[in-house]
Write a new protein. Structure first.
Length: 528
């Protein structure tokens, strides 16, 4: 940003000179629809963007300066677009024919430059040009971007809010997907996303379909991280393996039937009626959080669990499952329905541990052997909890989502994430990557908090005031917290610390733990 623009931003948000030297600043949201009594909007002066953590308003600071923070009435701005020819001639038309692409059949208008050797693809603002000169290196056309990229190339009309968008690297890939039957495809014009592009994709469920090589995977991870920053639901897709084909454009040219079959399977998995985002994130401040029962954690989480994925890490034998069961028990006691997925324990073992947390109940190990030893008053409390807690054993993600839609829980607990059976995945990395994105999309879809207990065995560490998270989970998580143990014997205590919180603050609670009953209690509160 220019010095003049910085001064304008300072005046708009009433910033001090000292604040102007910071890269990120928390301010009141400029959206007229959000009465932000507590500053909840982050502005990044280095990147020139802003993003509200509550109502999800955001975008370019330069655009905000032009439009003003609180317009009385939104006026439709009509941007004059150049006219594009639907009939091309010469080398450009020959190239498109060789790729099996007919943009005019998709309602997409493209043009050539004055010399007729460049294909111009319309985007918001600048153009993305593909050079068609025959003397290029290796005979492969190359990209040429003018004025930097600020928008997307849409190979079809953008869908309504909540619809599916297949995102590719290049325009030809997007056109290939559209020709194969994709309802909507767009191109990022490269292997990264700008803030404007991420903001443009926020209303949709984005299916990232980048090249199947190493560079494509790295690009997909960068795009995933950028979309997560803008709270845009998305899933990283794995293209079908066909020799000599690494992107959707190649697949459409060489194996269109394989691409069409793969596309159909993706569309069946993500039916439009299952992806209607009924929850308006602008009303997040009106959502009643589900309390954890621990004051220090509830304070940091702004009252408790909010819709989103909340990852709970922990050392071996730290008590992750016991804490997760306790959180489910607390939610059920206040009348919230809880769906509890256990990947390692049987239903009998889970209920023995839930019941052991009732005041006056025997140890869970004794209840596993003989549930009949439960006192009558505890039995009545167990029956009450059973009305609100539904326990299921390990099922594939799609089955989990079906059960959740029918049960309509207020809280979902997954114990634990790495053991969830993937629908179809040959590699753990891809399974985790896909599962993480699907959980985030489902949490947004159903407006439900999801607590995902995660193993730290895959190179992750918790403790020492830092955490290394597993796989791609951190990119989609609303919060990441860890459970650690200090001391020995009777002096052993647990520390539950929040390492990452996109909608609140960081904090720590020190807990006492009764291993026989699997019950945590708050010992004291430590300032964040």
């Amino acid at each position: 940003m220019t010095p003049e623009e910085r001064q304008q931003i300072a005046a708009l948000f009433d910033l001090t000179d000292a604040e102007l030297t910071q890269e990120e600043i928390r301010v009141r949201c400029p959206s007229p629809d959000h009465e932000d009594n507590n500053p909840s909007c982050d502005i990044n002066l280095a990147k020139g963007v802003y993003n509200c953590n509550v109502c999800a308003a955001g975008g370019s600071l330069c655009t905000l300066l032009e439009d003003g923070p609180s317009p009385e009435k939104e006026e439709e701005v009509v941007v004059a677009q150049p006219e594009f020819a639907t009939q091309l001639s010469g080398e450009c038309q020959t190239f498109l024919d060789s790729r099996g692409l007919v943009p005019s059949s998709l309602g997409v208008a493209i043009d050539t430059d004055k010399n007729g050797d460049l294909l111009l693809f319309p985007v918001k603002g600048p153009f993305q040009a593909r050079n068609m000169s025959p003397d290029l290196k290796n005979g492969a056309p190359r990209y040429k971007t003018q004025q930097g990229k600020k928008g997307l190339f849409w190979a079809s009309t953008p869908p309504p809010s909540g619809g599916l968008v297949f995102l590719t690297e290049g325009p030809l890939d997007a056109l290939g997907l559209s020709m194969a039957g994709a309802p909507c495809a767009a191109a990022a014009l490269g292997s990264s996303l700008s803030a404007e592009q991420a903001f443009e994709l926020r209303p949709y469920l984005t299916l990232i379909c980048f090249d199947s090589d190493g560079a494509g995977y790295e690009g997909a991870m960068k795009v995933s991280k950028k979309l997560s920053e803008f709270q845009a639901p998305h899933i990283v897709c794995e293209l079908p393996a066909v020799p000599g084909c690494k992107d959707p454009g190649d697949l459409w040219q060489e194996s269109p039937e394989v691409l069409a079959e793969w596309l159909q399977s993706i569309l069946e998995e993500h039916q439009p009626d299952e992806q209607q985002y009924v929850f308006d994130w602008r009303t997040l401040q009106e959502y009643e959080p589900i309390a954890t029962g621990f004051s220090a954690i509830d304070t940091a989480l702004r009252g408790g669990w909010l819709p989103g994925v909340h990852v709970l890490l922990g050392e071996t034998k730290a008590g992750k499952s016991s804490l997760a069961l306790g959180l489910a028990r607390t939610a059920a006691r206040r009348g919230d329905k809880v769906l509890y997925l256990s990947t390692e324990l049987s239903k009998r073992e889970v209920w023995a541990r839930i019941t052991a947390g009732i005041e006056g109940a025997p140890a869970w190990a004794d209840l596993e052997i003989n549930p009949a030893i439960l006192p009558s008053d505890c039995f009545m409390e167990q029956n009450r909890l059973a009305r609100f807690i539904k326990v299921i054993e390990n099922v594939p993600p799609q089955r989990l989502f079906q059960i959740a839609r029918g049960f309509e829980p207020g809280l979902i607990v997954l114990d634990y994430l790495q053991e969830m059976a993937p629908d179809s995945a040959s590699e753990m990395m891809f399974a985790m990557r896909s599962l993480s994105k699907r959980l985030a999309a489902f949490a947004r879809d159903q407006a439900v908090p999801i607590i995902a207990v995660s193993s730290t065995a895959r190179g992750a560490e918790v403790g020492g005031g830092a955490a290394k998270y597993c796989g791609d989970i951190e990119f989609v998580a609303s919060s990441v917290s860890g459970l650690t143990t200090t001391g020995f014997g009777e002096r052993q205590v647990r520390h539950w610390k929040i390492f990452l919180n996109r909608r609140g603050e960081l904090g720590t609670a020190t807990l006492d733990f009764d291993p026989a009953r699997g019950v945590f209690s708050e010992k004291e509160e430590i300032a964040a």
